[in-house]
Write a protein that binds this ligand. Sequence first.
Ligand code: SIN
Length: 498
Amino acid sequence: MKKTDVLIVGGGLAGVITALKLVDCMQVTVVMQGDGNEGNSWKAQGGIAAALAKTDCADLHAADTLQAGYYKNDSSSVHVLTQEGKNRVSHWINQGLSFDRTQDGGFDFAREGAHSMRRILHAGGDQTGKRLMTFFTEKLNGRVEYLTGFAATELMIKDGQCAGARFINKDGLELAISANFTILATGGIGGLFSETSNDTSLIGSGLVIAWQAGADLKDLEYIQFHPTLITSQNRTVGLASEALRGEGAVLRSEDGRAIMDGIHPMKDLAPRDVVARTLDNYIQNGKRVFLDISSINQFNERFPQIAQLCSHAGINWQEGYLPVKPGAHFHMGGIKTDLWGRTTVKRLYAVGEVACTGVHGANRLASNSLLEAIVFGERTGEGILEGSDWGEIQCNKPRTWQTRLKSSHQLPKIAEIRQRVSRSLGVLRRESMLKEFILWTETYLDHTDQITDNQKAFTDIKKVQMLIAANLIAKAAVNNKDSCGFHTIETIEGEVRL
Ligand code: SIN
């Protein structure tokens, strides 16, 4: 069995930042599913929120974060995010991380939904994720071992502590790595849905293996839907950043009406859940919605990635109207951690979107996710270096429902899982549909055994992980009767509790 000091599962921003903190003192191995240049962090468009403007301060940023999260946030996490966030981002700017500037040399702060002021730093226009990932991966400079093409199948638990993880690749090749510290940085769950801004490989595998090992999960029902995924011929082709609306783009119905007028005082920059529900209502009623970008000057200089996405999809952005609809974007819930990335299983850490410090509450404030990756990724690395320990926590026993099923038991197609997840766990939820969905997943999950055919194993394991992740989320949704932020549930047919 391969051995390492630190095993990081996932190579997005949170994983890379944590690796950077540790790599001078420890042997770090990063295992990821893709080839390294994909994943959500690379795609991030809007930017990174940090209270660096002269008129801004961490307290204002915290107030916006709490308000957007409907005060379901953990206030200490919000304090850490916003207070430390600006200092940690400033540190990296001093180390050469660059953001777009105005002609007078100041930062060109952008605005996004539910922010009370311009606060978003961006790079290369709408290529912030790509620029950040390039900057930080270059800093690692060949000092970590990367293993690509391997998906995590389970955590190894020894004497009640996490001792590493097992993986499998598409050819059925299995790999086991033992580690003193295991860090899950596996990202979100957008790939559970038919429409998503995420890389479709993100199906909640980190959540599932942590849960199977006995870790506590938190806030699973809160899933953010981005209002404006660009669509072409009924297919999602990418994201139209909220920063477009920050620069004056307007959501319009087919007859040209500004659809956010009269819905919320912040109109197109209302909190994301309000905008997503409004669009969802139009789409569910068979209507189309467009993002009118005609007022944005020099569109393809400020938003080159979006211009390119449109061109590749055959959408003529020069005409000024982008067809849009909501899609799964970010999971506010995840593996419960403290402010140092520690889960409730000893020696198991979680960072980035898969983790839940409670910082986002019921709706994440725009551009707080890259900041979260930096702040809590660094804190996790610092905690490990300082040798902080768990003390006397009582770990849960590992759960039933293993990932491997009898190969004879026919699993549903991935497209069917996505369709059912989208119907039951979408923008608007209905209790009866959630209950039906839970039962459907359990007809598969109650048949656990070993798969013998390794070629099939990779896909089957992914399907089972999707079923378990969606089952756990649906149960959290059924158990929370209070509609709030990105958890809107109808209890009686046709009646929405708001
Ligand atoms: C966007 O660019 O609209 C997405 C930013 C975010 O989700 O924080």
